[in-house]
Design a protein around this ligand. Sequence first.
Ligand code: NAD
Ligand code: ZN
Length: 251
Amino acid sequence: MNEQSIDKARRLIENSSSIVAFTGAGISVESGIPDFRSPGGIWDRYDPMIYGEYNSFLRTPEKFWTMHSELSQMVSRAQPNPAHLALAELENKYLKLKGIITQNIDYLHQRAGNTNIFGLHGSGEISRCLDCKSEFSHETVNELLEVVKVPRCPECNGLIKPDVILFNEPLPVGVFLNARDLLTRADLLIVIGSSVSVYPAASLPLLAQRIGIKIIVIDTLPTNLIDIADVFIKGKAGEIMPLLVSGLKNE
Ligand code: NAD
Ligand code: ZN
């Protein structure tokens, strides 16, 4: 069953010249960062709708930082897995992948070697003072966290927040519009490890379908997209992606 889907997906990739990937938390699960759906692990202890919600960050930043410190240690230990590396090959060796639209904040696509990345939900690499907008590196924030529970701006004592988009916080409009623009010029979309349930990010695969872009979906579970996908491959991203990319014909 999967063999036929894999053959079909490989043919779609070989016949495409402008591919875009849309990735979610599932692509990083094999790097050791749990998604929201998997039982066990960090999200059972920290409900993302409470610990990752914008108003609750403003009200009780210490709650957010307890969760975020644990998450950021996990992210620092994580390495790109074969799915991230296959996407890097699709861009750098085969010159077919034109960009990645990701909901992840873990920076693993950048570390794998992809270059044109639209982080719809920001990234944990940089933090910013909510008052004077000064920027702080991940390392500086970690140093502050060694002595305080809630890091504050050394310039103005304002609250510091990582540049990740929390629930009920608006998306950076420019990034979203640029991602949409990239997508409208694609001939194939590969959706990897996303439940496609967080809006407005989830509207992008639906747009792709409306304008006739072919869609491959790779996920360990059926997702909202299986009815509109040209190919759905059920399996782990780190196992499936190398099968789709290695030894492609028209290099
Ligand atoms: P999600 O948790 O809603 O869905 C993840 C999907 O990945 C699920 O459909 C699941 O079946 C699938 N999956 C799990 N393991 C997989 C694997 N090995 N291979 C392929 N698929 C696998 O995640 P989402 O759609 O990205 O949306 C939730 C939000 O979670 C996003 O806003 C994102 O910012 C945030 N988030 C990010 C990270 C990260 O940066 N790594 C981690 C957790 C949550
Ligand atoms: Zn400040």
